[in-house]
Write a protein that binds this ligand. Structure first.
Ligand SMILES: [Ca+2]
Length: 110
């Protein structure tokens, strides 16, 4: 559904898409020798704060080329839900996605 052909199919019945935000900008953590995700920030928990953002995919641009709006989900103002490079500030995550060109977002923290 996220390929140009899939997006063209969606355009036959919808005006936009609401993908999981990781389809646009994902996160990447580290796996230790034990095969488990590494607690990079040493807080005793493994979550999004132990990962960093990846380069954006072409999904937003591809969707716009197909004439679709893009409103990814779900944005949260919780440090455990924010990749380390957002430095615990949800505004940095919003900015990253708006710079990629999203038209709106679904959030739990308006
Ligand atoms: Ca951690």
């Amino acid at each position: 559904m996220t390929t140009p052909a899939g997006l063209a199919e969606i355009k036959t019945y919808a005006d936009g898409i609401g993908p999981w935000k990781r389809f646009i900008i994902s996160t990447k953590g580290s796996i230790g020798a034990d095969g488990k995700a590494v607690d990079m920030n040493g807080d005793g928990k493994v979550n999004d704060a132990d990962a960093t953002s990846t380069q954006a995919t072409s999904l937003v641009a591809d969707a716009h080329k197909a004439g679709l709006f893009v409103h990814p989900f779900t944005f949260r103002n919780e440090s455990r839900r924010l990749a380390a490079d957002y430095k615990g500030d949800a505004k940095n995550e919003y900015l990253a996605y708006y710079r990629v060109g999203v038209d709106g977002v679904f959030t739990d923290f308006t």
